[in-house]
Design a protein around this ligand. Structure first.
Ligand code: SF4
Length: 231
């Protein structure tokens, strides 16, 4: 958050339901903040950082405004996402949500120190900038993006010796490869061979086109900002 004006740069804030992870299917208010320096080639929120898609004018909203927008819905919790939301100081926003007894969930790559108090933290690590060990330890669940049939083994090598055991570990096909048989088969085999804490994941809200039900949601940019990849 900019210390100068006490506002957060918002890409979109809208009411939908959580489509991923342990809390899938529950009504949620999403606050998607602008900015991410990681630039994954298949990012599904490139509109928050890609120069061809970021808005010309930055929409800066006060914490009070964001909390009031969440309160006007039947959301069970707020999801603070991005972009990479942890590049911002989320302390004032999470304090204001807690004051209103609205749980604050965070979706992060885990690559930056967390500022704020969160009721639930999802860490989805990225090779382009690896997560801090303290964030892996803080995570309530992990979400691994499976790009090819070697992805899961590579992540297991990285996670060895780190404090992740006992947390649900979701295996999500990278969205542009969601129809590739070898990716889906590898996830299936891994879950069948290992059982808990591994779970096969999906982005259910996309199948429902759920976010579009709120006119305040933005149309998605192409994956990674690359028109060839589509969405
Ligand atoms: S997937 Fe996440 S970490 Fe990667 S560029 Fe997009 S917002 Fe940043």
């Amino acid at each position: 958050m900019s210390a100068a004006d006490g506002r957060l740069p918002v890409h979109e804030a809208f009411y939908s339901w959580q489509g991923e992870g342990v809390h899938a299917g529950r009504a949620a208010f999403f606050i998607r903040l602008l900015g991410c320096p990681i630039h994954c080639p298949w990012c599904d929120s490139a509109g928050t950082w890609h120069p061809d898609f970021v808005p010309k004018e930055t929409d800066r909203r006060s914490v009070a405004e964001l909390v009031a927008q969440a309160q006007a819905t039947r959301a069970e919790f707020v999801v603070i996402t991005g972009g990479e939301p942890a590049i911002h100081d989320l302390g004032p926003l999470t304090a204001a949500l807690r004051a209103e007894e609205i749980p604050a969930h965070l979706e992060t790559s885990g690559a930056f120190p967390l500022r704020g108090n969160f009721d639930w933290v999802t860490v989805s690590p990225k090779w382009q900038k690896l997560p801090l060990e303290e964030n892996i330890a803080r995570a309530d669940e992990l979400k691994l993006i499976v790009e090819d049939d070697g992805s899961i083994a590579r992540w297991m090598e990285f996670l060895a010796g780190k404090n992740w055991e006992g947390k649900p570990v979701w295996l999500h096909p990278e969205w542009s490869r969601r129809a590739e048989e070898k990716v889906l088969r590898r996830i299936t085999e891994w879950v069948r061979e290992n059982g808990a804490p591994f779970r096969a994941g999906w982005q259910l809200h996309k199948c429902y086109n759920a976010d579009a039900a709120d006119a305040r949601s933005q149309p998605p940019a192409p994956l990674g900002g690359d028109a060839q990849r589509g969405f």
